[in-house]
Write a protein that binds this ligand. Structure first.
Ligand code: CUA
Length: 200
């Protein structure tokens, strides 16, 4: 069988490669420097991994698609569903839509020192979102959901800025988030959907 032959060839190649590698004479000093550089690489990779877990950084490969044109018909990002919500497990999820030239809802209240999961989508073109003093800085690409987990260290007013050029009104595209002390924050009550029509 062809696959069997390939496997044998591959194994032979690995064996030869390893034996050749072991046969190479490496100077003591050289060996020392190789280990030092490997240790430095290991340390740097370790710091990146540790930091990614600590600050909830997602790799850019995490892809979640959505149809930007029909956001208003989409269950998750329908108008009544935007803003702050608490899921079954008690986690706080904030859904926001970016569009020329604002973030919707215009204003939200969130608790300080609490883990918040933001889910951003764009209804038109490429936008960005940046909240100073937090890890919130991402592109909002039409057709994709940008999810970021963050927490606000202190109560106060935080600006939300668009940091990708999106048109003539780009400079004016910003809104703000009120961060309230944890003990003063209450779960927002969702008003019953008006109009009575189904959204699907
Ligand atoms: Cu939106 Cu710049």
């Amino acid at each position: 069988m062809q696959i069997k032959q390939l496997k044998q060839k591959y194994e032979q190649f690995i064996r030869d490669f390893c034996s050749q590698l072991l046969a190479i004479h490496i100077d003591r000093l050289e060996r020392k420097w190789i280990s030092i550089s490997l240790m430095v690489i290991g340390l740097l990779v370790g710091i990146i991994i540790f930091d990614a877990f600590l600050h909830g950084v997602n790799p850019p490969s995490k892809v979640e698609t959505i149809d930007s044109v029909s956001l208003h018909l989409n269950k998750e990002f329908a108008e009544d569903n935007l803003g702050v919500q608490v899921d079954e497990k008690g986690g706080i999820i904030v859904r926001m839509v970016a569009g020329r030239y604002s973030f919707f809802p215009k204003h939200i209240d969130v608790p300080a020192e609490t883990k918040l999961t933001f889910r951003w989508v764009s209804m038109d073109v490429l936008h960005g979102v940046h909240i100073p003093m937090t890890n919130m800085s991402t592109m909002i690409v039409p057709g994709y959901v940008a999810e970021i987990t963050t927490s606000f260290p202190k109560p106060g007013e935080y600006p939300v800025l668009c940091n990708e050029y999106c048109g003539l009104g780009h400079n004016h595209m910003w809104s703000n988030i009120s961060v309230i002390a944890k003990e003063d924050w209450t779960v927002p009550v969702k008003l019953p959907v008006k109009g009575g029509s189904k959204h699907e």
